[in-house]
Design a protein around this ligand. Structure first.
Ligand code: ATP
Ligand code: MG
Length: 325
């Protein structure tokens, strides 16, 4: 049986990139009876970029509601909030002492974020260590990730090997990334990687009017309506093609190439496909957002399941390090 683990930060509202790059593939995998899925809301990670507690609470609820809206089965699998299982933070400290400084200094994602964010704190720098702890606590074998997370997975393996070397036995299980090569990094409305912290994201749960306004902001060039357009460099087309069927995509491609088809038309088509494709998740999402007690109950049950496994790992690690079990 494979144990699969996925986390999503509560650093903002869940977006189309999270959905296509992480949430939907993870839910698909969780449906296989051979698999056991561990899904958590990475609220500790979100502290690197978000300090406001009230906002964090909202985002935790929103992300949890998203998993449920897309049909994640919380009876078969494990579903919890990272901060409620304190072993994540504890293991992270132990592992940080097995992490070479240059390895973190070379992380692309850190370099990227430190150029874009005003608050470049140490948590942002040691983020891959906490991520390694998240994975290793649960002996997870398979980690489905977007391409942006591949390097962090390599680090988790490296850190685990260093610890196992010291222990003289394989206490920590080396995880493998599962990267869907077809799944590119989804661009945000500005063309950069769609990211909660870049504020360039598409939240598919917005009411229609607001969603339409967000899509209007997708950056495009100034080619006039009547002229032919290049679909391969246009962000709206790129996002549309990730949601539409091959035939629908081909039709839009031809429209671009023929001319007489404006970016406004493409954005309207994108709006329609989002509303149609995600009608049921949109309904369920609102249900869970309105029924907080039910949501809390589900997370609490998951937390208890997660803690038992996390404690098992921490006890072994503590023993090796001479901290007692
Ligand atoms: P933050 O900006 O706070 O880092 P994020 O939007 O990058 O947030 P994460 O919580 O870091 O989201 O990532 C959750 C999962 O979603 C990861 O597996 C990540 O690979 C995937 N993911 C995030 N953004 C994208 C994207 N634009 N395209 C594809 N997958 C993505
Ligand atoms: Mg991220």
């Amino acid at each position: 049986m494979a144990r699969i683990l996925t986390g999503i930060q509560s650093s903002g509202l869940p977006h189309l990139g999270n959905l296509l790059g992480a949430i939907q593939p993870a839910i698909e995998l969780s449906k296989n009876p051979q698999n056991e899925s561990f899904l958590f809301i990475a609220d500790l990670h979100s502290l690197t970029t978000l300090k406001n507690g009230t906002e964090r609470e909202l985002y935790v609820r929103s992300i949890a509601s998203t998993w449920l809206a897309f049909g994640f089965d919380t009876d078969k699998n494990v579903f919890w909030r990272q901060s409620r299982v304190q072993e994540h933070a504890e293991l992270s400290w132990y592992l940080s002492c097995f992490t070479p400084f240059p390895m973190l200094a070379n992380a692309t994602s850190f370099k990227d974020k430190s150029e874009k964010l005003a608050d470049v704190n140490a948590g942002l720098f040691t983020y891959p260590v906490l991520m390694a702890a998240d994975i290793l606590l649960y002996n997870a074998n398979i980690i489905p990730v977007g391409k942006d997370q591949k390097q962090h997975l390599e680090m988790a393996k490296d850190i685990a090997s260093r610890f196992n070397n010291l222990a003289g036995e394989d206490i920590l299980v080396l995880p493998e990334p599962l990267i869907d090569e077809r799944m590119m990094t989804i661009p945000g409305i500005d063309g950069q990687k769609m990211s909660k912290s870049y504020n360039n994201y598409i939240n598919i749960f917005l009411p229609e009017k607001e969603l339409k306004n967000v899509l209007k902001k997708i950056v495009s060039d100034s080619t006039p309506l009547e002229e032919p357009k290049d679909p391969d460099t246009d962000i709206t087309f790129k996002i549309y093609s990730l949601l539409a069927s091959e035939t629908e995509t081909e039709t839009m491609r031809q429209n671009y190439l023929n001319g007489g088809y404006g970016y406004g038309h493409a954005k309207q088509a994108l709006l329609e496909i989002i509303l149609e494709k995600y009608a049921e998740p949109r309904r369920l999402y609102n249900y869970y957002m309105e029924n907080n007690d039910e949501l809390e109950g589900i997370l609490k049950t998951g937390e208890e399941k997660a803690r038992i496994i996390a404690r098992g790992t921490i006890e072994k690690v503590r023993r090796v390090l001479g901290f007692g079990a």
